[in-house]
Design a protein around this ligand. Structure first.
Ligand SMILES: *Cc1c(COP(=O)(O)O)cnc(C)c1O
Length: 392
C-alpha cells in the first residue's frame, strides 16, 4: 500500500486501542501507573520502554497518541506535548541554551515570546540579537560562531509578514545554530517547515489544533535526538507537560483540522477580495493576495495565504473600535484559529505591552484590526464585515 494521505493520518495516526477496542481514543486520566512487582518498578526506572509509563509529567498514553499524530502531520520524527504554546516556546529554547550562548531572533514576536527572548533569556546570561526577520541580510549579519539558536514566527503577528524558513535555515546552519520556528500562523496543515530546514517546530495547539476554543496546549516537534535527548528531560522535570484530558481534546481537533483550516482559508480569501480598495481602509494584509509583499514566498513556503488577515482603518483607534463594536457575527476576542471568527485590536490588547515606538516599528498601527477567520459561511462574514465598516 502507498503511504497514507494527510487526512487519513489525522483520523487514524497514532491511535492505540486498549483491551476494550474503543472507537474514539481513550482518555487515560491517570497520574501514575501500577507495577506488578517491586522489580518491575525498578526496571521501568532503569529503562522505560515503548508503551511503558511512569508518571503523567513524563508521559501518558493519551498524550503519546497526540504526539505521534502531530509528528506525522508535521513530518517530524518525534514530538513532546506541552501545557501551552508558551510552555513549548520556553521549553524549545531553554532546554538547549546555557549562559554564554547567543541567540538571534526576529523582532516581530507574540507578546509572551517577546518576554522570553527579551527578558528571561538575558537574565540567565544568554545574549539575544533582534533582527528584522523578513530581511535575510540582517540574519546573515547577526549570526556568529557562538550562535546556538535562531528563533522566529514564520508568519508574524499581527502584520502577517512571511519569514523565509529555508533562507534563514541556510544562514543558521552555516554556524551550526538550531532553527526554532513558531509556526502557529502558518498552521500545521500548510507547514513543510522541517523539510524547509527547521530543527524544532513549535505550535500553540490552543489555536488551530483545538480550533474550537476549549483547551490550552502546545507541542515541540523535531528529530528523535533533539526531542528525547534535549527537550524531554527539560520538560518532564520542569512541569510543562500536557494534561491527558487536553491531549484528548487536541486529538479530536486533529481529526478535523484539515477540513477546518481549508474552510477558514476560503473565508479569508473571500474577505480579502471583498476588502480590496475599500475606502475606509489604508491597507488590507493577506498573504494569499497578489498584492502582499511576500505573496510568492507564502505560496512557495505554504501554498496558501492562511486563515488570518489584518487591515488598517484610516481613522485610527476610534474607527477600529467603532468597527469592532458594530460586528454582529464576528466576535471580539484575542484567540485565533477558532471555528468562530474573531476580531482583535492588537495595539490595545495583545501588543499593549510593547512601547509605542516598537509598535510603530512593527507596523502595529492604532487602526489595525486582526481577523482570525472561522468556518462560518464566507458570504455571511463578508456581509458582517462590510456592514461594520459602513458603521464606522
Ligand atoms: C498563541 C501563541 C503563542 C502562545 O500560545 P499559548 O497556547 O497561548 O500559550 C505563541 N506563539 C504564537 C505565535 C501564538 O499565536
Amino acid at each position: 500500500m502507498s503511504e497514507r494521505g494527510k487526512r487519513t493520518n489525522l483520523v487514524h495516526g497514532g491511535t492505540k486501542r486498549s483491551q476494550w477496542n474503543e472507537v474514539s481514543e481513550a482518555i487515560f486520566l491517570t497520574q501514575g501507573f501500577v507495577y506488578e512487582t517491586a522489580e518491575a518498578a525498578e526496571q521501568r526506572f532503569i529503562k522505560t520502554g515503548e508503551d511503558e509509563y511512569i508518571y503523567a509529567r513524563y508521559g501518558n498514553p493519551t498524550v503519546a497518541m497526540f504526539e505521534e499524530r502531530m509528528a506525522m502531520l508535521e513530518g517530524a520524527e518525534d514530538g513532546f506535548a506541552c501545557a501551552s504554546g508558551m510552555a513549548a516556546v520556553n521549553g524549545a529554547l531553554t532546554s538547549m541554551l546555557k549562559a554564554g550562548d547567543h541567540v538571534v531572533s526576529a523582532r516581530a514576536l507574540f507578546g509572551s515570546c517577546n518576554y522570553i527572548l527579551d527578558e528571561i533569556l538575558s537574565r540567565y546570561g544568554v545574549e539575544v540579537t533582534f533582527v528584522d526577520g523578513a530581511i535575510l541580510e540582517e540574519w546573515d549579519a547577526a549570526v556568529r560562531p557562538d550562535t546556538k539558536a535562531v528563533f522566529f514566527e514564520s508568519m508574524s503577528n499581527p502584520t502577517l509578514e512571511v519569514i523565509d524558513i529555508e533562507g534563514v535555515a541556510k544562514i543558521a546552519h552555516r554556524v551550526g545554530a538550531k532553527v526554532v520556528v513558531d509556526n502557529v500562523f502558518s498552521t500545521p496543515v500548510y507547514s513543510k517547515a522541517i523539510e524547509q530546514g527547521a530543527d524544532l517546530v513549535v505550535y500553540s495547539t490552543t489555536k488551530h489544533v483545538d480550533g474550537q476554543g476549549r483547551c490550552l496546549g502546545g507541542v515541540i516537534l523535531g528529530s528523535k535526538e533533539d526531542i528525547r535527548g534535549v527537550v524531554e528531560p527539560y520538560m518532564k522535570h520542569t512541569g510543562g507537560s500536557m494534561s491527558p484530558f487536553n491531549a484528548w481534546v487536541m486529538l479530536k481537533g486533529l481529526e478535523t483540522i484539515d477540513l477546518r483550516v481549508r474552510a477558514q482559508t476560503e473565508g479569508a480569501t473571500k474577505i480579502a477580495e471583498a476588502l480590496k480598495g475599500h475606502d475606509k481602509l489604508s491597507r488590507c494584509i493577506y498573504p494569499g493576495s497578489q498584492d502582499h509583499a511576500q505573496h510568492d514566498l507564502a505560496m512557495r513556503q505554504l501554498g496558501s495565504g492562511g486563515t488570518m488577515l489584518s487591515f488598517v482603518l484610516k481613522e485610527g483607534k476610534e474607527a477600529a473600535f467603532r468597527f469592532l463594536n458594530a460586528l454582529e457575527i464576528v466576535i471580539i476576542s484575542n484567540n485565533l484559529g477558532d471555528a468562530k471568527s474573531i476580531a482583535t485590536h492588537p495595539a490595545t490588547t495583545t501588543h499593549q505591552r510593547l512601547t509605542p515606538e516598537l509598535r510603530a516599528e512593527l507596523g502595529i498601527d492604532d487602526g489595525l484590526v486582526r481577523l482570525s477567520v472561522g468556518i462560518e459561511d464566507p458570504q455571511d462574514l463578508v456581509e458582517d464585515i462590510l456592514q461594520a465598516l459602513d458603521a464606522v
